[in-house]
Design a protein around this ligand. Structure first.
Ligand code: UD1
Length: 338
C-alpha cells in the first residue's frame, strides 16, 4: 500500500515509518516539523535502504493536504501529527484544539474528497483520564482531564460519528500507554524540544549529563514503593501494532479501538533502577511533590489487541532502557548535532 503518515518525523511516527518501509509499503510523510527534525527521516531511509516521500506541510493548510492526495495515490493514512504537552495544553487550549482537532478535520475532509477512508489514529491512554480502575479496558468510558487529552477524546468522537454515518470508513483508534525505548540501531529515538515532560526522556538526559537529577513526582502513592506506576511500551512494539491494526482494518470496516500496552506496570523507581543498570551509572534523583493530575497507577488490558490483531508487546523494560540509552548516548543532543 501507499501510506500517508502525518507526523512521520516524530518519535512514534519515525519508528512506524521505518516499519512500513521494511514491510514493503510506500510511504509519504507529511510533517510541519514543529517539534521534530527531517534528520529522523533521513536516518529511517538509511535503515530501511529505501526512500519515502517527504512533504513539509501543516495539516491546517487544507490546500497542501488536498495536493498530497491529488499527487499521490494514497491507500491509507496513519495520523500521528499533533501537539502533546499536557501543561502547554492547559496554558494554550485554543492552540491545542485548533491544531489537533482542526488539523484532523482538514485531513478527514480531504481523505473523504479523495476517497481514502482507511485511517489509523494515534490516540492515547490519556482518554481514560483519572480512572482508578486497572487494568484499563477499551470498554471503559473516556474522561480526559486536560485539554490535550480532550483533543484525543474529541477526535475519537468525531471518528466514531464518521464511521457510524458512512460504512465505507475503516478506522483504528490506538490508545497508547507510555512509549519508551528506541530503535535498536541507536540511530532514531525520542528527541523532545526543551525540557522533557515524560519520564524516560528526562531520565535519559540526566544519564547523559544534560540535566542534574530526576525529580520523582510523589512517593506516597498507594503502590508498592509509593511512586507512580505506568505501562511502558517499547516504541518498536508500538510501531508493529500500527501495522497489525492497518492490516486488520483494510479487511474489516468500522471503528475499532485497541489499547497498545504491555499489561505490566512499572514504578518510577523501577524505571530508574532499570535505566541505571542499562547505562552502567547511578542516576541522581530527588523525591518531589506529586504532579497535579497524575494517576497513581495506569496499565493496559492489552487482550483485545492480542485477540483481534495477534499483536502483543514483546520487549521488556530492560530492553526499553538499553535501547533508549544507546540512542541517547550516541546522540546526546538528539538530532540537533546533525
Ligand atoms: C503523560 C501525560 C499523558 C500523555 C503521556 C504521553 C500527564 C499528566 N500525562 O502521561 O497525558 O498521554 O504523558 O505523552 O502529563 N514522572 C516523574 N518525574 C518526571 C516525569 C514523570 O516522577 O520528571 C513520573 C510521573 O509522575 C508518572 C510517571 O513518571 O508517574 C510517568 O510520567 P510521564 O512520562 O509524564 O507519563 P504519564 O504521566 O503517564
Amino acid at each position: 500500500m501507499r501510506i500517508l503518515v502525518t507526523g512521520g518525523t516524530g518519535y512514534i511516527g519515525s519508528h512506524t515509518t521505518l516499519a512500513l518501509l521494511e514491510a514493503g509499503h510506500d510511504v509519504v510523510v507529511l510533517d510541519n516539523l514543529a517539534n521534530s527534525s527531517e534528520e529522523s527521516l533521513k536516518r529511517v531511509q538509511e535503515l530501511a535502504g529505501r526512500s519515502a516521500v517527504f512533504v513539509h506541510a501543516d495539516l491546517l493548510d487544507e490546500g497542501a493536504v488536498d495536493s498530497v492526495f491529488a499527487e499521490h495515490a494514497i491507500d491509507a493514512v496513519i495520523h500521528f501529527a499533533g501537539l502533546k504537552a499536557v501543561g502547554e495544553s492547559v496554558a494554550k487550549p485554543l492552540y491545542y484544539y485548533h491544531n489537533n482537532v482542526g488539523g484532523t478535520l482538514n485531513l478527514l475532509r480531504m481523505m473523504d474528497k479523495h476517497n481514502v477512508r482507511t485511517l489509523v489514529f494515534s490516540s492515547s491512554a490519556t482518554v481514560y483520564g483519572a480512572s482508578e480502575e486497572v487494568p484499563l479496558t477499551e470498554k471503559m468510558p473516556m474522561d480526559a482531564v486536560n485539554p490535550y487529552g480532550r483533543t484525543k477524546e474529541q477526535i475519537e468522537d468525531i471518528l466514531a460519528d464518521l464511521g457510524a454515518a458512512d460504512g465505507r470508513w475503516n478506522i483504528a483508534l490506538l490508545r497508547y500507554f507510555n512509549p519508551a525505548g528506541a530503535h535498536e540501531s541507536g540511530r532514531i529515538g525520542e528527541d523532545p524540544t526543551g525540557v522533557p515532560n515524560n519520564l524516560l526522556p528526562f531520565v535519559a538526559q540526566v544519564a547523559v549529563g544534560r540535566r542534574e537529577k530526576v525529580m520523582v513526582f510523589g512517593d506516597d502513592y498507594p503502590t508498592e514503593d509509593g511512586t507512580g506506576v505506568r505501562d511502558y511500551i517499547h516504541v518498536v512494539d508500538l510501531a508493529a501494532g500500527h501495522l497489525a491494526a492497518l492490516e486488520y482494518i483494510t479487511v474489516k470496516p468500522g471503528v475499532h479501538r485497541w489499547n497498545l500496552g504491555t499489561g505490566n506496570g512499572s514504578s518510577v523507581l523501577q524505571v530508574l533502577a532499570a535505566f541505571s543498570k542499562a547505562a552502567g551509572r547511578d542516576i541522581p534523583y530527588e523525591i518531589a511533590p506529586r504532579r497535579p493530575g497524575d494517576a497513581a497507577v495506569s496499565y493496559a488490558d492489552p487482550s483485545a489487541a492480542l485477540a483481534d490483531l495477534g499483536w502483543s508487546a514483546q520487549r521488556t523494560l530492560d530492553a526499553m532502557c538499553e535501547d533508549h540509552w544507546r540512542w541517547q548516548k550516541n546522540n546526546p543532543q538528539g538530532y540537533a548535532a546533525s
